[in-house]
Each structure stands twice: as C-alpha cells, then as structure tokens.
Design a protein around this ligand. Structure first.
Ligand SMILES: NC(=O)C1=CN([C@@H]2O[C@H](COP(=O)(O)OP(=O)(O)OC[C@H]3O[C@@H](n4cnc5c(N)ncnc54)[C@H](OP(=O)(O)O)[C@@H]3O)[C@@H](O)[C@H]2O)C=CC1
Ligand SMILES: CCCCCCCCCCCCCCCC(=O)OCC(=O)COP(=O)(O)O
Length: 311
C-alpha cells in the first residue's frame, strides 16, 4: 500500500473512531433514569407485559400495572411486592394496579384518571397489551376486524391521548408501544392483526415527530415471535378463540430477553427497534426494496398454508 493509501485508511479509521465515541457519549448523555420513574404497563398480567413489570420493578420503577383481570394483576403485584427492597441504593416499590378493558373506549378515560391518581404523574407509558388473530379475510366478520383494531390500536391510542397532556405540561415523558414485525410486513391469514400493527406504527411515528419538542420520546418496538400465550388467546374469523399454542410462538424468544431489550430501549430513548432474527429482518428490507419479490413469496406462503393451522 502506498503512502497515500495508508494515510487515507488511517483518516477513515480515525473518523470512524470519532463517530463511535460521539455516539457513545450521546448515548451516555441521553440515558434516561428508570429508578423512581412512574411506569405504566398495559397487559401486565402475562407474557411480555409481566416480564416488563418484573424488569422495570427491579430497576426501581414505581409501577402501575394494567389489564382486564384484577386477580391476575394483583398476583403479579404481590409477587413483586415480595421482592420490594428499601435500601437507599436500588430502592424498589410496591406496584399499583388499574383494571380496565382497552377495547371499551369509554373505560379508558376513567382508567387514565385512576392511573394519574396513583403517583400524580406518568413518566413512561408502555402500551404492551394486545391480541392476535388467525383467519382468512373471506371468512372473517367485519366485527372481528373491528374488535382487533379496538384492542390493538384504538385502545392504546386512546390511553396515550388521555395521558399525553400531563406529559406535555411537564415537558417530559416517554411512550413505548409494543408493535410487531407484522407492523412492518403483512403476512397471510393475519389481516386484522397486521393491519392493527401497521396502524400502530404509523400513529406512533406521527406522534414522535409531533411531541419531540416537548421533550417526550416515542419508541416503537417490533418483535418477532415470543414465547407467550399470544397465539392461545388469538381470535379467529368468527370471533371464537383460536386456543392453539403455535410452534412459532413456542419456539419464539424468551420474553425476559425481549423485556430486557425494552428496558434498554427506554434507557437509550431509541426511536424504533426490531427484535427479530435475520429472516424477518430481511423480509422488512425486501418489502421496501423489492416489493414484487416479497409479494410473490407471500402469495406462495398463502397458497401453501391455504387453511390456517398450527404453523
Ligand atoms: N408473542 C409474540 O409472538 C409477539 C407478541 N407481540 C406483542 O406483544 C404484546 C404482548 O403480547 P404477549 O405477551 O405476547 O401476549 P399475552 O396474550 O401473553 O398477553 C397479552 C396481554 O394483553 C392484555 N389484554 C388483551 N386484551 C386486552 C384488552 N382488551 N384490554 C386490556 N388488556 C388486554 C392481556 O391481559 P388480560 O387478558 O389479563 O386483560 C395480557 O396481559 C402484544 O401487543 C403482542 O401483539 C409482538 C410480537 C410477537
Ligand atoms: C430470495 C429471498 C427470499 C427471502 C424471503 C423472506 C421472506 C420471509 C418471510 C418471513 C416472515 C416472517 C414473519 C414473522 C412474523 C412475526 O414474527 O410476527 C410476530 C408476531 O407478532 C407474532 O404474532 P402471531 O399471532 O402471528 O403469532
């Protein structure tokens, strides 16, 4: 390598080093505190929400756990209360609970009031609750499309909008939404679910831009499959419960690892993160860069799976 080549290489490496250092410093500077923060988690009774509750509790957050079933929420709260410590370093708190159904718009405003009463403020809202769906469009009642949209989209945005003014007043806050890889790509036999997650992505992208200047951050998290009860609880085209633990779900990521990634995303105020393996990540790029190929692969997949079953 000539003298010119060597000096160009060292310039490039030096530049990269400076850039990396800058990014590290930026991250350190913007690292958000979770200790003592008031963190609201929807869908905290099971799966990813429960793991988020465990990890944010351990990090010293003052939790408000939300769900439809008071008994199950109180079980989680009790479990965490037993782990509550009071040493000045790493102090943890007994969680509060608020019971409401996200799909019932009229209950969300009341619930937001109750949530605010717990600690007088909300620092971090984690919109995690959701349901999935299995079915083909031809055999799916419109009421089912609406019901999934109510739980996964209108519920979370109603709660967000009810809590947002208090964050704007304080010029601070962080809103997280658990979307899905299916908020970025649509796969066959998931119309209601994928549509609700695409809508979620769009709404929270708009929100991020609109509230950044108030000091409010927005993180959209898009996980691939996670080992939870999501498929068991999914609804089908006629509104009945699917009730099957799909192989894809059973073999998904450990929800504790996903919860850890959510905590890190909050600490670093990440804007948009994908938590999935290389194939779904590739599919997201393909959808944008070579849509014709992506659509072909999806239509082959639809034909192969003709009848939605335990995939
Ligand atoms: N598991 C997976 O493979 C993936 C999951 N996700 C997303 O992760 C999030 C959490 O799901 P996960 O933990 O997997 O599934 P679970 O079925 O284990 O948990 C869903 C949670 O949502 C709550 N919930 C459901 N409907 C309502 C409602 N109408 N009102 C209030 N709460 C409700 C449930 O609480 P309760 O029934 O007690 O009210 C439950 O705590 C969802 O948004 C899902 O889309 C994203 C990608 C992959
Ligand atoms: C020539 C190169 C071809 C490359 C083709 C790549 C296409 C691969 C398709 C991959 C599809 C991945 C789907 C992932 C879906 C997913 O992870 O969803 C997460 C969920 O929300 C799960 O919910 P569900 O109710 O569906 O279990």
């Amino acid at each position: 390598m000539g003298v010119m080549g060597a000096s160009t290489l060292s310039l490039v490496l030096g530049g990269l080093g400076v850039l990396l250092l800058y990014r590290m410093l930026l991250r350190l500077g913007t690292s958000a505190r979770v200790q003592d923060a008031v963190v609201v988690i929807t869908g905290a009774s099971s799966g990813l929400g429960k793991e988020c509750a465990r990890i944010f509790h351990a990090a010293g957050a003052r939790l408000v756990l939300c769900g439809r079933d008071t008994g199950r929420l109180q079980e989680v709260a009790q479990e965490l209360t037993q782990l509550t410590t009071s040493s000045s370093q790493g102090k943890t708190y007994t969680p509060s609970t608020v019971t409401f159904d996200l799909a019932k718009a009229e209950t969300v405003d009341r619930a937001a009031g109750e949530i605010l009463q717990c600690y007088g403020q909300v620092d971090i809202l984690i919109n995690n609750a959701g349901i999935s769906y299995r079915g083909n469009i031809l055999d799916t009642d419109l009421s089912v499309q609406r019901a999934v949209m109510d739980t996964n989209y209108f519920g979370p945005i109603a709660l967000t909008q009810a809590l947002l003014p208090s964050m704007v007043r304080r010029r601070s806050g962080h809103i997280v939404v658990i979307s899905s890889i299916q908020g970025k790509i649509a796969i066959p036999y998931r119309s209601a679910y994928a549509a609700s997650k695409h809508a979620t992505q769009a709404y929270f992208d708009c929100l991020r831009a609109e509230v950044e200047h108030y000091g409010i951050g927005v993180t959209v998290v898009s996980p691939g499959y996670i080992q939870t009860n999501l498929s068991l609880n999914a609804v089908t085209g006629d509104g009945s419960k699917y009730g099957v633990l799909d192989k894809t779900t059973a073999m998904g990521r450990d929800p504790r690892d996903v919860a850890k990634a959510v905590l890190e995303a909050v600490r670093h105020r990440s804007k948009d993160i994908i938590l999935a393996g290389p194939l779904p990540a590739l599919a997201v790029y393909l959808r944008n860069l070579w849509p014709a190929l992506f659509f072909k692969v999806m239509s082959l997949r639809a034909r192969k799976e003709q009848r939605p079953q335990n995939d």
